[in-house]
Design a protein around this ligand. Structure first.
Ligand code: SAM
Length: 223
């Protein structure tokens, strides 16, 4: 029998909703880029669970769909006991939604349209007409914080995983280099960095990471 971790099939049972290409890129939604999440679950989660405390940085998290999706994926791949040690530091330069979101994690039906049905049923409870709330276990795993990536000061330096998706593409090439170097500093030895599938490591930073799989822009810190 295989020892491979249980990776949920994130493409099955989705509630359907239409998005234009522009919306796909600009508007965050739950379970965006499921392939990358599957790779994080398959390669990074088993390594991360070997540690006592699991710190994740979601840099440029917008109004919460990405860090909360990540929390659900990690919970799917960990026991309740191990998941208690997970903290996802979700940061963004625009903190206008943070108070409301970190306090209650309530989203409208349309914002939740891409979530696989069995995951939706496990982690959301009805809140008010057309609105659903994330269960406390997931909400408590995510800490929202205002942070400007271009300050080049990491929020901490003990992350096992850094997620930065659909953010670097708006930066100038030299800014991307500095931000990726900052991520490298902010990772523990052997920590993981993941970005969107269309984003490559900026020139001059390739030696800092090794790509873990060709199926995602998932990298492991070297050096
Ligand atoms: C297109 S959204 C991506 C959200 C999410 N990562 C995703 O892929 O679904 C880009 C996010 O980056 C944030 N952002 C832009 N410049 C930033 C900076 N200098 N520091 C931190 N966040 C920034 C924006 O506020 C926005 O929420």
């Amino acid at each position: 029998m295989s020892n491979a971790p249980q990776v949920p099939n994130l493409r099955q049972g989705k509630l359907e909703i239409c998005h234009t290409v522009e919306q796909e890129w600009r508007s965050p939604f739950f379970f965006r880029d499921t392939q990358t999440f599957e790779m994080v679950a398959q390669y990074a989660a088993p390594e991360l669970t070997r540690r006592q405390s699991i710190r994740v940085w979601d840099a440029g998290c917008a109004f919460g769909p990405e860090p909360y999706s990540l929390a659900m994926i990690l919970r799917e791949n960990m026991s309740q006991f191990l998941f208690r040690n997970v903290k996802i530091h979700a940061t963004d330069i625009d903190a206008s939604d943070f108070g409301k979101l970190s306090a209650n994690g309530v989203y409208s039906e349309t914002e939740l349209g891409r979530i696989p049905r069995e995951i939706f049923e496990r982690y959301f409870i009805a809140h008010s007409p057309g609105r659903y709330q994330l269960v406390e276990e997931i909400r408590h795993a995510v800490l929202f914080q205002l942070h400007d990536l271009l300050s080049l000061q990491p929020v901490r330096e003990d992350f096992g995983l850094i997620v930065c998706k659909n953010v670097l593409l708006d930066f100038a090439p030299e800014q991307r280099v500095e931000v990726v170097k900052m991520f490298h500093r902010a990772l523990i030895e052997g920590g993981y960095f993941v970005t969107e599938t269309t984003q490559k490591l900026p020139p001059g930073t390739e030696h800092l990471f090794r790509q873990v799989t060709g199926a995602a822009q998932l990298f492991r810190k070297v050096g």
